[in-house]
Design a protein around this ligand. Structure first.
Ligand code: OFO
Length: 165
């Protein structure tokens, strides 16, 4: 059985994962409108992944006698000044999510809820991976700068990242 404190903390994370999915969905749409299909597909996949993260939390809360809350979400940014700005926001967002997961891990230890602590380890590893991917992308985007040809090639390359992940 989940304590109220843990239930609330997990529900907060459910909302964050749902918002992450929306944040990336908006980025996918923006890239698609800009004609960059590879980047757009990559972001659609990211959005799906965040929805999976949310669902995994929902199942966990319900299985442990809690009630997962589906709540109102804040609206994401829907346009960006450049791809560089978009990917900077992506990394910033992932760092924010990692901090939130760390906080949750801390709370689970304080509450001596070792089942939740164990469950959260998957998210800890996932965040390491997602932050690393976001940093790799940003490094590449920084190298490309304003070069249109570079962006075209990157749009093709990022599809490999999608396929391999
Ligand atoms: Fe990348 O945010 Fe979910 O965990």
């Amino acid at each position: 059985m989940l304590s109220k404190t843990i239930e609330q903390a997990l529900n907060k994370q459910i909302r964050i994962e749902a918002e992450s999915s929306q944040v990336y969905l908006a980025m996918a749409v923006w890239a698609e409108v800009k004609g960059l299909e590879g980047i757009s597909n990559f972001m659609y996949d990211q959005s799906d992944e965040e929805r999976e993260h949310m669902l995994k939390l929902i199942k966990f809360v319900n299985e442990r006698g809690g009630h997962a809350l589906i709540s109102e979400l804040s609206a994401p940014s829907i346009s960006f000044t450049s791809f560089k700005e978009m990917f900077e926001l992506l990394l910033k967002h992932e760092i924010f999510v990692s901090e939130s997961i760390n906080e949750l891990v801390h709370t689970s230890l304080q509450e001596r809820d070792y089942a939740t602590h164990n469950f959260l380890q998957w998210y800890v590893s996932e965040q390491i991976e997602e932050e690393a991917v976001a940093r790799t992308i940003l490094d590449k985007v920084n190298m490309i700068g304003d070069d249109k040809g570079g962006l075209y090639l990157f749009d093709r390359d990022i599809q490999q990242l999608t396929v391999n992940s």
